[in-house]
Structures are given as C-alpha cells and as structure tokens.
Design a protein around this ligand. Structure first.
Ligand code: GLN
Length: 460
C-alpha cells in the first residue's frame, strides 16, 4: 500500500474522529504528507526503512521541531520547539510518519485526560457520547489514537501510570520500560525521577518493535543507561514453563471491582495451566505508595514548574507593573488549578520547617517500596496485578471526584512501578459487562523486558 494514499485518506478521517472523541491537539497535515512522500520515495528506490509507512501519534508533551507542543496548557499554547525529543527522532529516522500530537491532562497531571485546555477526551468504547467513559490519562489521546486504528503506535509518558492507565481503559497495550532505557530528552518534565516515555500499540509485537527502535543511551539525557541496547527478539514458540509469577496480595485492595478480580484470577490460572509457577507474595509498603507519590510528585512539580515565569518562554501576561507582578500574573493565567495546587503543596513540603518531616521521610519510604520490589523479585520472576481497579469510569462520575482522589484511586496499582523504576506492561484481556475493556498488568525487575514481553505475549 502506498503511504501517500493512506495518509491522504486518513487525514480527513482523523479530523472527523477528533470532532467526536477529542483525541488530538494538533493534526500534522502537510507535515504528515511530506513524510509520506519521503517514505514512498525511499520505497521506490529500494531504500525502505523499517518503519516506513508506519503511522504514529505522540503525546503533546514531547517536543517536535516546528510543531506546536502545548502540554494541554495555556502556559505553552503557542510553544513551537526548535528540536526533536530523542525518542521521536529515532522513530523519524526509522521512517515513521507523525500524524498527530495527542490530547492529555495539563502537564501530565491527571488520570482521565479531562483536565486539558482543549477539553476532555472521550473513550472510543463509550455508549453515550453525552456522558462518555473517560479515556484515562494522562496519555488518553495516545491510547485513543491507537484504539481508533488510524495509528499503529503512539508515545505517551508515564510518571505514575499515565501510559498504562489510558491503555487499560481504551483496550490497548501500554508499556512503561525500566527507568533509563528510553531517553527523556525533549519530554517536558513532570517528575524527573519517575518520568519515562511510554509506548502504546495494539499488539505486543508492535510494542516490542517500537521499543527496540527507540531504546538506548542518549548523550542528551544523563539518566539514560550507558550500555548499548541490544534489541530483544522473542522466540517463535512462546511458553511460560517454570516462570515464577507472584500475585501480590496488597494489590487486592479496596475498590477493586469484582470483574477485575475475576479476570486477574482467570489469567493467573491460565499461566499456571501453561506451566508457570503462580504464588501469592506480599509487598507491605504498597499502600504507602500513593502518599509518598503525592509528596514527591508535588515537590518535583513545584521545582519543575518554576521555569514558567512568563519571561523566557511560555505565556506572558499583559502586565508591566513590576517583574514580580508579571511572574505572578503569567502563572495565575497560564496554569490550571490542578497544577497550581501541586505547586502550592510542593512548596509547602519543601519549606525549611517541613522538609525533613515530609520530603525526606517520603524519600525514605520510597526506598522501602523499592526494597519490597527487590525482595519480591528474589522470590518470583514477574508480578501479575490489575492495572486499574475497574473499567473506565463515566465522565460525570469521574468529575465528581477532585484531582487528588481521581489520582489516588486510579493509580493505586500503577505508580509503585514508577517509585521503583521497574518495567511494567498492561495487556487488554476482555470486555466488562459494560462493554468496556478490562486489562491486567505485569511488572518485572529492572531490565527484565525480555521476560515481560514474553509472558505478555503468552497472555495476549
Ligand atoms: N495520575 C498521576 C498524576 O496525576 C500520574 C501522572 C502521569 O503518569 N503522568 O500525577
């Protein structure tokens, strides 16, 4: 099939899809067509690249040269980066065609893609678009781009579950790799110590192909692992014989829906039937994760957001009274209330009188959460858990909760992996009685991606 024909056919379809589901912030139009022409040219000259003709979408917090990158915020609504995020650059080098930048919660703070200046995204599985199911977040637009069938892959970001949560609600694969395997260069920072680019696709094979294309060290990100990355190749025949799977009992928590529990049990049985050893394990610090996350998250947010002062870049208020006034007004106008609340909370935790009692204590508990993982991975190879506690909530119900509760409830199973930096993948399993996707998560020790993909493929 000819990439130019596909792109020309899909662009108007993307536009009408977007009118319904509010998936994209920017559709790249001429840029996508130009990339498709380049692909065609290479194909015709026998110089086909591995991802020539593969259509992708990227969350709007990755910088793409000459394409508006907004973080779904007034603060960056006119920001046009002058360089490409490394992970995107690698996809471009491999021939992929960027079709759109996707909708998200402002600066990645949220679990619904409901807090965007462009309005909430709507789940493609919704029965009633007047009260749709949420797409999940904060990378909801990326999950929808893949679920729509128009893009084969999308990039999201994952600080506490923002790739896995929407993947789970939209019924696609969502992968958060080991911290340091994918470059964060050009990903607008939320929480530097937890952020990783995430991959969303329809199949495990596609996910692995994208991962193999973009993983590896980057001189522009000093936190990337220095060793050269060896692409992972899965065996032809997948089996799970002798693989030890842990079921952490603390993930059986308040609010877990009976359907998720049932799915979890069924897949554990399926793995056992395939020859895996499945056993219950304990990770006692799991429930502390939410509290630690909210302290550390706000502290890093407060620090990261200080760069938006209206002077160098970002929204500048129309106020010349004084420099301080200009800062204050630009920030008051530029950020939504979720971002502002986190900045306030973070600065409070970082006050000299609170620093030791809050920030340092949270860091210590983060270590304990990490130790839970180290200990459990001396007993088992991988963990099987829910990704989210239920299928996608309806927008009206979700909006009744405040952002803190939205996050605390939705991210319970996903953010411990970010605390510890370990890889995790969500796999769609079946539809719930509401006809919405139900998914499960696998987590492994650092750099266990091969095993993770193998077992994920067995489950798929
Ligand atoms: N929901 C979490 C938060 O609001 C996770 C965000 C993310 O992973 N980017 O912080």
């Amino acid at each position: 099939l000819c990439p130019v024909e596909i792109v020309s056919d899909f662009l108007p379809k993307l536009k009408s899809f977007n009118e319904k589901f509010n998936t994209f912030i920017t559709i790249t139009n001429e840029f996508a067509l130009k990339r498709a022409e380049e692909s065609l040219h290479r194909i015709n000259n026998g110089q086909k690249l591995p991802l020539d003709g593969v259509l992708i979408a990227i969350k709007d917090n990755f910088c793409i040269k000459n394409i508006r990158t907004t973080c779904a915020s007034i603060m960056l609504k006119d920001f046009i980066p002058t360089y490409n995020a490394t992970v995107y650059q690698k996809l471009e080098n491999a021939g992929a065609i960027l079709m759109a930048k996707t909708n998200m919660d402002e600066f990645g703070m949220g679990s619904g893609t409901v807090d965007s200046i462009f309005g909430p995204a709507k789940n493609i599985w919704s029965k009633d678009l007047n009260n749709p199911a949420i797409a999940g977040g904060s990378s909801g637009g990326s999950a929808l781009a893949v679920a729509s069938g128009y893009c084969s892959a999308a990039l999201g970001s994952d600080t506490g579950g923002s790739t896995r949560n929407p993947a789970s609600y939209c019924g696609v694969v969502g992968f958060k790799p080991t911290y340091g395997l994918l470059s964060r260069h050009g990903l607008i920072p939320l929480v530097n110590s937890m952020d990783v680019p995430g991959i969303l696709t329809r199949t495990i094979d596609d996910c692995l192909e994208i991962f193999n294309t973009i993983a590896g060290p980057d001189d522009f990100d000093s936190t990337t692992i220095k060793e050269t990355f060896t692409p992972i190749k899965l065996p032809e025949e997948i089996n799970v014989k002798k693989i030890k799977i842990g079921i952490p009992k603390e993930y059986h928590c308040n609010g877990l829906s009976s359907e998720v529990l049932e799915t979890w049990t069924k897949v554990a049985d399926l793995l056992e039937a395939g020859g895996a050893e499945v056993k219950e394990v304990s990770m006692p610090y799991t429930s502390s994760s939410i509290f630690v996350y909210s302290i550390l998250n706000s502290c890093e947010v407060a620090s990261n957001m200080s760069r938006y002062d209206g002077i160098e870049f970002g929204h500048r208020a129309d106020d010349e009274t004084s420099t301080e006034h200009l800062y204050a007004k630009s920030r008051a106008e530029g950020f939504n209330s979720v971002v502002k609340n986190r900045i306030f909370a973070g600065n409070y935790f970082l006050l000299r009188k609170n620093y030791e009692n809050h920030f340092l204590k949270a860091l210590k508990v983060r270590r304990l959460i990490n130790k839970d993982f180290i200990k459990v991975f001396s007993e088992v190879d991988l963990l099987l858990t829910p990704t989210t506690l239920s299928d996608a909530p309806l927008l009206n119900d979700f909006m009744k909760l405040n952002n803190r509760d939205q996050t605390a409830f939705q991210d319970y199973c996903t953010q411990p992996a970010n605390m510890a930096g370990v890889p995790a993948i969500t796999i769609p399993i079946k539809l719930s009685s509401n006809d919405l996707p139900l998914s499960l998560q696998l987590m492994g020790p650092n750099f266990s991606e091969e095993n993770l993909f193998k077992v994920a493929k067995f489950i798929e």
